[in-house]
Design a binder for this molecule. Sequence first.
Ligand code: G3I
Length: 502
Amino acid sequence: MMNTPDRTAGPSGRTRLRKLVSFLSAGVLAVGMSVAISAPADAASTLGASAAERGGRYFGAAVAAGKLSNSTYVNILNREFNSVTAENEMKWDATEPQRGTFTYANANRIVNHALGQGMKIRGHALLWYQQQPGWARNLSGSDLRNAAINHVTQVATYFRGKIHSWDVVNEAFEDGGSGARRDFNLQRTGNDWIEAAFRAARAADPGAKLCYNDYNTDGINAKSTAIYNMVRDFKARGVPIDCVGFQSHLGGSLSGDYQANLQRFADLGVDVQITELDVAQGSNQANIYAGVTRACLAVARCTGITVWGIRDNDSWRGGENPLLFDASGNKKAAYTSTLNALNAGGTPTPNPTPTPGQVDTNAWYVLVNRTSGKALDVYNLSTADGGRITQWTRNSGNQQQWQFVDSGGGNYRVKSRHSGKVLDVSGFSTANGGAVVQWADLNGTNQQWRLAGSSGGYLRLINRNSNKALEVQGASTADGANIVQYDDWGGNNQQWQLSRVG
Ligand code: G3I
């Protein structure tokens, strides 16, 4: 249990309080300074956390269900990444091996792991010329078209609400200079098969971003231009498309117009994502990883990067050692260059803490405590009413992201991105030490907080019902310390930095 000093006792209590205040001020100042110097917001120590600090971007990995029992693999996944793509488990042959019979066990192993870790999920891939089940390969014409659209509808419906982005269609254009569609069974059902797939996906899961995904599109060339023209046409005609994936399976060099190519797609009004990045081992590997990362950060609508595997021995490119970790799980030079590029990537979009009047109600913030440098966190990824609110080492996961919902009169509810629930003083307590939990948003006065400015851009959150401040109990610096309310005495443990991540 946490020790909460008794700040309400008689004269000796007040003396102890004064001592506590001066002790905290001195000690906390030192902590605050060392945080500012040694761990500024722009020097995160993992790929996912750093990407999140760059405007809420993600850094993901392709994951194989069969490797989730390997502890080295899972430790790296959980530590470094905040998004996953199923490497094979959501493909047509895996999810509908017989017509109308859907199997999701392996996909769900990945989905459940990701959800348990607060990671985003990229769905890959609803329709593709490879990895079609045998029964579909033998179909043609309207029978194939109907089967394909039914597949999109069924799979996207099954995973509805869990997928951040779907690769609705994968690799539908020819390589080389023709700019033509790839000639295969789905294309032969009519040129409109791609837009039919996107419309079906939108109807099945309106919350997922819908992507077209392809390779050899890493610069401005005939293939990428053909895709560009398709996206422009879709946008003009209202075909639902939200994003374009650039696989980025790269060799020994990076196209000089890589960033410009991403930007021209973004300028069409879609997000762009690096979806399957891997780079052949060689003297240029670390530079190319850094170059791709910098390009993504330079394009405002480049929302995330996914590497196609974790360790070199997990890669489909056997012998090319194209990933960020070696077979033993050690970080490679390419890892370091990627993390450095992320950390150097411009102003971290946790911009300066807004003043009370400047909070953006569309944004997501990590609330970092001034005493501990730790983040306000939904403990153990709870989604339940009454779930504990604690502080935890910052990882910028959804359980550490909060939105300010306007209640009027300068009061806000503080909504969790993970659970959709809001900060709540349990039982309308007005007592010091009253627990702060999450609860369904009822817009109760015990769920409303007024923002008060403190020095250095920090804010206090004052509860409307109790008039007490949100604080880390006992000025703890430990992971898992309780968040409670207490008299608004201006302590550093009552001060929070709003670090914007989305
Ligand atoms: O699991 C079976 C195993 O039981 C069997 O013994 C073995 C025999 O070859 O095959 C295993 O399945 C393989 C599967 O990977 C899992 O390792 C398939 O044959 C093999 O074709 C499959 O390759 C995947 C490939 O897509 C084709 O689906 C790769 O893992 C995967 O990395 C690769 O990913 C693609 C993207 O989806 C699209 N963009 C290109 C990218 C690289 O090719």
